[in-house]
Design a protein. Sequence first.
Length: 280
Amino acid sequence: MAALILDGKALAMSREQQLSEAVEELVQSGADIPVLATILVGGDPASATYVQMKQNACRRVGMDSVKIELPENTTTKELLEQIDQLNQDPKINGILLQHPVPAQIDERSCFDAIAIEKDVDGVTTTGFGLMSMGEHAFGSATPAGIMTLLQHFDVPLAGKHAVIVGRSPILGKPMAAMLLNANATVTVCHSRTENLASFVSQADIVIGAVGKPELIKAAWIKDGAVVVDAGYHPGGIGDIDKTGLEQRVAALTPVPGGVGPMTINALISQTLSSARIALE
Ligand code: NAP
């Protein structure tokens, strides 16, 4: 049987429709238009494109965005000052610091400087800790978007073995906590994992979050598995080799059009939630 396609693009579009209505309702109730501040440090063209896509999504649902662009040679101190200004500004509901920042910047301390109530991209240590404990915090946008996608398509998680390849702070680690909170049995693999193929072959759910084109081989994946590929590389290639998978797995995310649109959707949904909470 052909795999169910976990179409993140279509789901994000339908959720944008609901978000537009919710933003309009909020504004009609007398609230200010929600605002996302984006910070881009340096001139990496891929990062600039991602930031632009996030700003476009804000506009599509009737929210505003403020674009802050800082030069490549920005210091940690200068970035911290910028984040502090945004933290203090009551008009700003969410702050997105585009990852990665140039090497001279201490990215972790800059992420952690974002006020928890404005951490709509889910990058702070405090937010990660709260989310892991099942307390309220905005989840890291990519794994939060993946969870929404899996839940929308009624992918069973409880009791299933999820194998995540990658343990980055913005993707693999929070993904593990979210799947654990949803009662999956979770294995996290990384660059020091021995015999990666043997772990992937046991997975009911495989999450590719490794950042290397097609590192995870189709042959490792068992029949009937659910395959989620967070990777995106030139030519529309993901982190997972999909050869023949469509004929034998249960479900599959397309690349592009799977995880990417859901990441942006999680970010803008969480910005709206932040604006609602600020109003309360
Ligand atoms: P990252 O920070 O580079 O982390 C990659 C992870 O993969 C690390 O934990 C690393 O292990 C592990 N790894 C590297 N080589 C490996 C190997 N040979 N075997 C097993 N594990 C290995 O990347 P990231 O930011 O998490 O991103 C991962 C992927 O998701 C990328 O393709 C990225 O483009 C994509 N992504 C997509 C979105 C979206 O919106 N669609 C958002 C974010 C990321 P160590 O920890 O041991 O180094």
